[in-house]
Design a protein around this ligand. Structure first.
Ligand code: ATP
Ligand code: MG
Length: 257
């Protein structure tokens, strides 16, 4: 589904400012994410893409500006606050725990407990149930590269680790899924799977924010494209309204939208 001006955004940012000492990461950025859409965020290195999504997802606290989720003002102080509100994020610098196995990583922070007092009082983790659900979840998401959910993540390839992080976001993101360069470390087949995953999230009605440098992928999967330049939003375009060449020209400042 494409954006519709009659629709209210699910997630909205107004005039976000974030500075790091004398470095301006965000310089008054607006963003709107509409129901059921894939919004790509593109821009050169250092344009503020990661900082923008960190502010939207509680990993950074903006100096100024507002964040609204379903029409309610949010004040996320940490990623867990955003997760509690149904926003799942895969950060650019991978957030998996290498020593834990695939299943434990999928359930990180949401571990299933054994039934009865063992679980409710002694907080004993139900490893068997988590492994079974992890297998089911991965199968459902079409992630076939991870055959054994009991393998510690440190033994996986970079792409497989990325797949675990993406699977976790897809499995638990109930309102919004945010992916910062999810295919950067992936091979052709795994990249395809991630793109399929993004589409299936959209089809389930969950909007996705996708940060990517991969223009063909962006133009293939995005409904709208937010172009970030020098800490500001330079334009929001669509694959129908602009070509890849146009997008790059806006990104680099050679052209305006
Ligand atoms: N924790 C930090 N401390 C200091 N400066 C930072 C920090 N995080 C980001 N910056 C700066 O803010 C600006 C925006 O960085 P950001 O990581 O958001 O860029 P980006 O668009 O994600 O780039 P890339 O495409 O390379 O991932 C850069 O100038 C960066 O150096
Ligand atoms: Mg980045």
């Amino acid at each position: 589904m494409n954006s519709d001006t009659a629709m209210e955004p699910v997630l909205e940012a107004h005039s976000l400012v974030k500075t790091f000492g004398r470095v301006v990461g965000l310089d008054g950025v607006d963003l709107e994410l509409y129901p059921g859409e894939v919004l790509a965020v593109i821009g050169d290195n250092g344009a503020g893409k990661s900082t923008l999504i960190k502010c939207l997802t509680g990993a950074e606290i903006p100096d100024e500006g507002e964040i609204w989720l379903d029409g309610v003002r949010m004040n996320f102080k940490r990623p867990q606050d955003a997760r509690t509100h149904g926003i799942e994020t895969v950060y650019q610098n991978l957030a998996v725990s290498p020593a834990l196995d695939v299943a434990a990583n999928l359930f990180l922070g949401r571990e299933l407990r054994k039934p009865g007092p063992l679980g409710s009082i002694l907080r004993v983790v139900d490893t068997k149930r988590m492994r079974q659900q992890a297998r089911d979840e991965l199968a459902e998401l079409g992630i076939s590269t991870l055959q054994d959910v009991t393998v510690p993540v440190e033994n996986l390839s970079g792409g497989q680790r990325q797949a675990v992080a993406v699977a976790r976001a897809a499995a638990f993101g109930s309102k919004v899924v945010v992916l910062d360069e999810p295919t950067a470390a992936l091979g052709v087949r795994e990249s395809r799977q991630v793109l399929e995953l993004i589409r299936s999230l959209r089809d389930r009605g969950i909007p996705v924010i996708l940060i990517s440098h991969n223009m063909p992928q962006v133009f293939e999967v995005a409904d709208r494209i937010h172009i970030q330049r020098l800490g500001k939003r330079a334009a929001t375009i669509t694959p129908q309204s602009h070509s890849m060449t146009d997008a790059v020209a806006i990104m680099t400042g050679a052209a305006q939208a």
